[in-house]
Write a protein that binds this ligand. Structure first.
Ligand code: SF4
Length: 200
């Protein structure tokens, strides 16, 4: 075993924190890399396929994925031959961040004692595709039972476009978790709608 093993691993760890700040947990890492892997192989994942991989509980994967989408690292694209099917892909911004990270990793692997070059901080991660909704809309995105990524500001909800969230009300009735996924703009009459509070 190399006697500087932990010093090399420490550098890899520091590199990841510095270059990939959007990956806060191992699940974030697995989600982003798995989506990129299937995209590169020509078979992009749908949300359902991602959930079936069992990277973590469905609720956790959904929550962490929504965060990565909000940060502009992952996006949902329509399948070219079936517009109803949404595919998960790493965005060009995400590709650039991973590509830089990989190059720096290769330098560490090639010469573990050489310090990595200093580079500018990662680019702006705030490219969000948002829709806004007022509570009067009474859609899933404004309902307290909806567990997707959203933020309430000045009385309106900012929600990531095309995101889906789990309906907790349905999940608590024992309905299959995949069948509880609802888009924020779902507006069919629902007798269970309840206004979400700030910070929900
Ligand atoms: S289906 Fe009904 S209860 Fe569930 S999130 Fe949508 S509005 Fe709320």
């Amino acid at each position: 075993m190399k006697n500087n093993m932990y010093s090399i691993l420490h550098r890899v760890c520091s590199l990841q924190i510095k270059r990939l700040p959007m990956l806060q947990t191992l699940v974030d890492y697995h989600i982003a890399i798995t989506i990129g892997f299937h995209q590169e192989a020509g078979s992009p994942l749908t949300l359902k396929r991602l959930l079936l991989l069992g990277l973590s509980s469905s609720a956790t994967v959904q929550r962490r994925l929504n965060r990565l989408i909000a940060l502009g690292v992952i996006r949902k694209d329509s399948n070219p031959s079936d517009g109803r099917m949404l595919e998960l892909k790493v965005t060009p911004l995400g590709n650039r961040l991973f590509s830089k990270y990989l190059k720096l990793l290769e330098r560490i692997a090639g010469d573990p004692d050489r310090p990595p070059p200093s580079e500018p901080a990662p680019e702006n991660l705030s490219d969000m595709y948002l829709i806004t909704m007022g509570p009067e809309i009474r859609a899933c995105g404004t309902c307290s039972f909806w567990q997707g990524a959203r933020e309430l500001r000045s009385g309106v909800f900012n929600i990531v476009e095309d995101s889906e969230g789990i309906c907790r009300e349905r999940a608590d009735r024992g309905i299959n978790i995949l069948q509880t996924l609802t888009p924020p703009s779902r507006q069919e009459h629902c007798g269970h709608w309840q206004l979400a509070e700030a910070g929900a």
